[in-house]
Design a protein around this ligand. Structure first.
Ligand SMILES: Nc1ncnc2c1ncn2[C@@H]1O[C@H](COP(=O)(O)OP(=O)(O)OP(=O)(O)O)[C@@H](O)[C@H]1O
Ligand SMILES: O=C(O)[C@H](O)COP(=O)(O)O
Length: 437
């Protein structure tokens, strides 16, 4: 069992103090309303007090699936920091905390590049207590580790995906995972859309099974605040393809006052409107759907906004020739890779009238400087908005972070696929399996 040196703590209170900087613009009313809605549904780790936790072994599923470079150094520890409030709460209340996660997508059992060792080292820097790490997540290794744990200590188990039965949600494997624990906390929002043994199956064997603080916070914002938004409420949907965002656009058309579209998907809408789009990305089999979505917006009285000008390029390349044109004048052979300055101005005007905004998907190919202006301008507008701003995971989070504006948003989701599924209105198995409050 490897032991990591304990380091200064980031207590649950300190974390929330920090996140309240990020959430500074969130109205107390919206927070309270969202919290009530979710807490009314699932039991929370906050419902467990010292008497429930002291000396108990708690199996905590986190999503510590962080990016590593070729030297196995963590390049973004956001998900580890986001897991701290729950872990610190359990430590403060004298639990023996078994932390589990997946890392990457190992296909054939244990592989060194997918070990959680770097994550353990970072956890130990962030937590106030001693953190150990073992090289398995089931069996005698775990039994021995638990036997040696003091109250208020943390042991990180090895990557659960080293076992195929994790993703198959194997019942025997779920039982083995739960063998040495008394109760279960799921704080892995980023993996809550997966019905795996460690995210769902274990709940059959551990009671109570409750939501961690991060999971709750994500649900509060992405579900609570979107279901009962402060109005006017605007949804911005971008990204490459309409096909990956159909569910999100449809759901948000039922909830938002305005929907702004950007990214590669807009060209399918322009084609549906009979415009020439040059060699821009188009999904021909989604043209009818685009027409339906525009008709639905009109029927519901939702303002559906498409850019009026775009930055086009003669190739999909950082050093391509570019020009800004009206969407009615896209030259043959050129492709649209960003929204233009007139559209940015129009979108800014619309956004500045809003009290809450949710954003999923970039406005252009923000990875290349020549096509990043639209995305960064929208990020900047949200950063300065007097209202709730929620960034719904995936590439939009990467864009906001690249712009250095993450701290200025009300909420940045730690889940890509999970946030998308939640916004589509789907039930997340990792949430569904938890005890009712
Ligand atoms: N006009 C465009 N043409 C082609 N690609 C584009 C265009 N605008 C944006 N993109 C690309 O879309 C990608 C993001 O699309 P995606 O649908 O994956 O968005 P996302 O929702 O942010 O990510 P995720 O689905 O992981 O949450 C970016 O890599 C960006 O470069
Ligand atoms: O990074 C993610 O989106 C989550 O950790 C889930 O990972 P997965 O897509 O491999 O299940």
């Amino acid at each position: 069992m490897a032991a990591f040196a304990a380091a200064p703590a980031l207590s649950a209170r300190a974390f929330f103090a920090k996140s309240s900087v990020r959430a500074k613009k969130t109205s107390v009313r919206a927070q309270a309303r969202a919290a009530l809605k979710v807490e009314a549904k699932k039991k929370s780790v906050g419902d467990l007090k010292k008497a429930d936790l002291e000396g108990k072994t708690v199996f905590v599923r986190c999503d510590l699936n962080v990016p590593l470079d070729k030297d196995l150094k963590i390049t973004d520890d956001t998900r580890i920091r986001a897991a701290i409030p729950t872990l610190e709460y359990l430590v403060e209340n004298g639990a023996k905390v078994l932390v589990t996660s997946h890392l990457g997508r190992p296909k054939d059992g244990p592989e060194d590049k997918f070990r959680l060792t770097p994550v353990g080292a970072r956890l130990s820097e962030l937590l106030s207590c001693s953190v150990s790490k073992v090289d398995d997540c089931v069996g005698d290794v775990v039994k021995d580790a638990v036997g040696g744990m003091a109250n208020g200590s943390v042991c990180l188990l090895e990557n659960v995906r080293f076992y195929k039965d994790e993703e198959k949600n194997g019942k025997d494997f779920a039982k083995q995972l739960s063998e040495y624990a008394d109760l279960y906390v799921n704080d892995a929002f980023g993996t809550a859309h997966r019905a795996h043994a460690s995210t769902a199956g274990v709940t059959e064997f551990l009671s109570p099974s409750v939501a961690g603080f991060l999971l709750q916070k994500e649900l509060d914002y992405l579900d609570g605040a979107v279901s009962n938004p402060d109005r006017p409420f605007c949804a911005i949907v971008g990204g490459s393809k309409v096909s990956s965002k159909i569910g999100v656009i449809e759901t948000l058309l039922n909830k938002a006052d305005k929907v702004i579209l950007g990214g590669g998907m807009i060209f399918t809408f322009y084609k549906a409107l009979g415009k020439d789009v040059g060699s821009s990305l188009v999904e021909d089999d989604k043209i009818d759907l685009a027409k339906e979505l525009m008709a639905k917006a009109e029927e519901k009285g939702v303002k559906l906004l498409l850019p009026t000008d775009v930055v086009v390029a003669d190739a999909f390349a950082a050093d391509a020739k570019t020009q800004t044109v009206s969407v009615d004048a896209i030259p043959d052979g050129w492709m649209g890779l960003d929204i233009g300055p007139d559209s940015v101005k129009e979108f800014q005007k619309e956004l500045n009238e809003c009290k809450s905004v949710i954003w999923n998907g970039p406005m252009g190919v923000f990875e290349m400087d020549a096509f990043a202006k639209g995305t960064f301008a929208i990020a900047d507008t949200l950063a300065n908005l007097d209202g709730i701003t929620i960034i719904g995971g995936g590439d939009s989070v990467a864009a906001v972070e690249k712009a250095g504006l993450a701290d200025k948003m009300s909420h940045i989701s730690t889940g890509g696929g999970a946030s998308l599924e939640l916004l589509e209105g789907k039930v997340l198995p990792g949430v569904d399996a938890l005890d009712e409050a």
